[in-house]
Design a protein around this ligand. Structure first.
Ligand SMILES: [Zn+2]
Length: 484
């Protein structure tokens, strides 16, 4: 995510021994990466069939079946989901009408302000075993809502559907199921999830132009003026959709990926820039760190105050969507960078926000260098980052380390300035000590080791130590704090 604060300052039997075919999902991968799905047989598998209706508000009703494999070494007595739209401040309501576990009716338990749903398992699920769970759900998105930088809402005719389905939480032996409720929605990201495969049918009025995470494999128009859009994904961290009658679509190709630009249909302003920047960013990060493996990528205009990233989809604020707008360029580059750090390499965005945001803020510099070379544009941008953090400290604000939970930064200004400016300054300090090529090499090592995984601060440290052949403990202690 990037905010303007930067400028201002059905059941299917399955078990571990007879994994279901993954062929379906290969369709969403570029041909040379299709085989990567075969190494992820135990990843979560979602099948969602839903219908979206637009009246005064937006309502979705659907049925979701998930095949879940116990990837831990613990017996699991329950499986837990996150219902993000119920987080205070989202403005939405997600309701569960029925549930089943291996076709046996179940009674879900809601907790933590209805943001956590637990399905009890009897008997418990052994390590390596799988279970199929089905939930019938309804989602209400009120007209006028635009929560958390527009990640969820219905405003200006734009429907933003992040967290639109019951999302599996993350289980670790150390911490159990993840239940954090991030109420800092106006400065940070609320989600934490693991790689999964998605097979989605979403029916909506045919006058809406839409995109979603993954690759479209069907669009069946019906007699009732609705269309059933069928998408599948490769291994993706979560799933979202965007839709509006106000959108038009421009599609271009870059390095084997189809880039879809969805912008308001009453203006062409900014569209060519969106194409240029998205192509350059996708190419720069592919050649520097490793390939974007999916067939599709969407850049979507949205009434957000900044930009927000999702796997295969990013949204960009409409107030910046203008030809020549320098912040527009930074937002598109930044959110595209998140495809590498957040989407392909994941992290707990609430507990360790620096892992994706600080690295991605540094990728803005990587992008600018690639496009503009050793130029005033790049030098001025770096100086701007340095000046902002200097001014922040000069105001008497605390010099926090990078590896703190969102809530520990106490103020929005401190969070934004530390994570988004001190973060890239740390990478620039590593450049000063070991050279730009070593830092790029470290990020490439980190990406290759952690792709499709959940990364920790210690993984970043290990990657840079590998690239620099130095013990970086002192440097990490100073800038990042304790790593885990
Ligand atoms: Zn970001």
């Amino acid at each position: 995510m990037i905010s303007t604060c930067i400028i201002l300052l059905n059941y299917r039997a399955s078990c571990a021994n007879t994994p279901l075919s993954l062929d379906l999902y290969r369709q969403a991968m570029k041909p040379e990466f299709a085989s990567e799905v075969e190494g992820l047989t135990t990843a979560n598998r979602y099948r969602i069939q839903a219908t979206l209706k637009v009246d005064a508000d937006v309502n979705i009703s659907g049925v979701e079946t998930v095949d879940y494999t116990n990837r831990s070494t613990d017996m699991l007595s329950d499986i837990e989901y996150r219902l993000y739209p119920n987080i205070p401040g989202y403005g939405g309501t997600m309701t569960i009408d029925s549930a089943s576990v291996n076709t046996v009716p179940a009674h879900p338990q809601l907790s933590d302000q209805n943001t956590v749903l637990a399905l009890a398992l009897d008997p418990p699920l052994k390590p390596g075993e799988s279970v199929a769970m089905t939930l019938a759900f309804r989602l209400h998105i009120p007209a006028g809502s635009n929560a958390s930088f527009g990640r969820f809402g219905y405003q200006k005719g734009i429907i933003s559907g992040a967290g639109w389905y019951p999302t599996l939480s993350v289980y670790t032996s150390k911490t159990g199921w993840w239940k954090d409720v991030n109420t800092y929605l106006n400065i940070s990201d609320p989600a934490y999830s693991e790689i999964g495969f998605y097979d989605v049918d979403l029916v909506m009025p045919s006058n809406l132009v839409m995109t979603m995470s993954g690759t479209r494999i069907g669009a069946d128009a019906r007699d009732d003026h609705t269309t059933d859009y069928h998408y599948v994904t490769g291994p993706m961290r979560d799933h979202c959709f965007m839709a509006s009658s106000r959108y038009k679509v421009t599609t271009v190709e870059q390095d084997g990926t189809q880039i879809h630009i969805l912008s308001y249909n009453d203006s062409q302003d900014g569209d060519d820039d969106a194409v240029r920047i998205a192509k350059a960013a996708l190419h720069t990060f592919t050649t520097t760190f490793g390939a974007y493996p999916y067939r599709d990528y969407s850049v979507v205009e949205n009434p957000t105050d900044g930009g927000v990233e999702y796997p295969g989809v990013v949204q960009v604020g409409d107030q910046y969507w203008h030809t020549g707008n320098t912040f527009f360029e930074i937002v598109v580059a930044h959110e595209t960078g998140h495809q590498w750090f957040y989407a392909l390499v994941g992290n707990d965005q609430v507990e360790h926000p620096w892992i994706d945001e600080s690295l991605t803020s540094y990728l803005e510099i990587v992008y600018l260098r690639s496009v503009y070379g050793d130029s005033d544009r790049v030098h001025t941008y770096i100086e701007g980052i340095q000046k902002r953090y200097k001014a922040y400290l000069a105001s008497g604000s605390p010099d926090y380390v990078l590896n703190l939970p969102v809530s520990d930064y106490r103020t929005p200004v401190a969070y934004v300035l530390v994570i988004y400016t001190k973060g890239p300054l740390f990478l620039l300090e590593l450049e000063r000590e070991f050279g730009e090529s070593t830092v790029y090499a470290g990020l490439k090592v980190y990406f290759e080791h952690e792709k499709y995984q959940v990364a920790h601060s210690s993984d970043i440290k290990a990657a840079f130590e590998s690239a620099s052949r130095h013990d970086l403990t002192a440097l990490f202690n100073k800038w990042v704090g304790a790593v885990d």
